[in-house]
Design a protein around this ligand. Sequence first.
Ligand code: GDP
Ligand code: MG
Length: 436
Amino acid sequence: MFESLTERLSQAFQRLRAPGRLTPAEVEAGLREIRQALLAADVHYGVVRDLLARVEERSVGEKVVESLAPAEQLLGIVRAEMAAAMGGEATKLRLAGRPAIVLLVGPAGSGKTTTAGKLARHLLRKGRQPFLVCADPQRPAAAEQLATLASRLGIAFARAVEDPVVEVTQAAERARRELRDVLIVDTPGTPPGAAPPPFVADLVAALEPSDVLLVLDALVGQEAVRMGEAFAPLGITGLILTKLDGDARGGAALSLPTRLGEPVLFVGVGEKPEDLEPFDPGRMADRILGFGDLAGLAEVLAEAGGEEVAATAARVREGTFTLEDFLIQFEAMSRAGPLDQLLAKIPGLGKVAPDEEVESELKRSRAIIQSMTVEERRHPHIIGSSRKRRIARGSGTTVQEVNQLLSQYEQARRLVRGLGKQRRPPGGGGRVPVMR
Ligand code: GDP
Ligand code: MG
């Protein structure tokens, strides 16, 4: 997801991270690179223009050029503005009514039926009792596709294929009787740019769904705006962006909330029912900027490692973490499962290629920290050259590798502190250090 955008943005910030202050010309050059990276990622030019104008204004107002950690400060501003462009705070499903009715609409092939199954699974895991309905009078195969999905997931299913308004109303009544609290209604796709069939508007009028979700394919890029506009008369309450696992250049996620004026609620990241993620603008900005997804990582690690790890994650978020906290996280990681999925959530590690290389780097980092005394882990500044030699010997590494780990830690601390100065949306998660 967003590999090339992340790569280019990291390079831009890396160049700005030279020691010392930045001149206004250097900041301007940095902003130009960011602008080009966003445009290359297919972010709409109007969105890029507004985003950069706000970043520029804030970097003047907040005196980035006088800052001692200008790159980190600028990064914090870009992160906050990117999150704002994607809607600011995370938006949740409304799910009002008994049952709550969630209608999925969108162009053909955008992923509605697949998403209906994913959403049902998601809600089931949240303790809800979903009920899937296919409202597609034209294509019997569409109902079959959803019926198969529903039975695989063990979720109640009904067809509404003769007279959708009447049958969906009946399904809602059945759901109420059976104490199923969310009715998820799948609808037929339309050709690109075409309006939905009239019965879909009738469904909205008759059933008053609390959520009308427009499902759009991120691979379509800016074209998705025109497709989406055709659905506006239905009273869209939110977007679901699918196929973000593909080589989408990321532009859609960054542009669509602004251009369609609707928040993204979920993103699809694969074809399987579990490949759905709630969308959080702050976390997405972190990912795009290559900070990984600490909040997501903390959730996975907390499951694997319990309280100790959760406490560690909190210290990372607050910027008060020590090398001891890194060690706890590394160890939880080795218990938590598939390395590649975890790595994707870790800043700076997500985009590096060969698994073995990353794994050996993780092992090395662990060994180095393990060779330190508790005192050294808590107060790394006491580590002078003789201690470094001892640590290198103890961990089977070189002094240079010890230095590298220490400077990563220092850089990470500065980064987190720089970001801490930016106001973050509540629940926006924390950022992890750049570990490379
Ligand atoms: P619909 O016409 O809108 O109902 O679209 P479908 O749900 O039938 O999906 C169309 C195709 O897109 C199918 O092959 C799905 O497996 C695929 N698809 C849907 N969502 C995703 C996603 O998030 N990632 C990937 N890679 N494929 C997806
Ligand atoms: Mg379908």
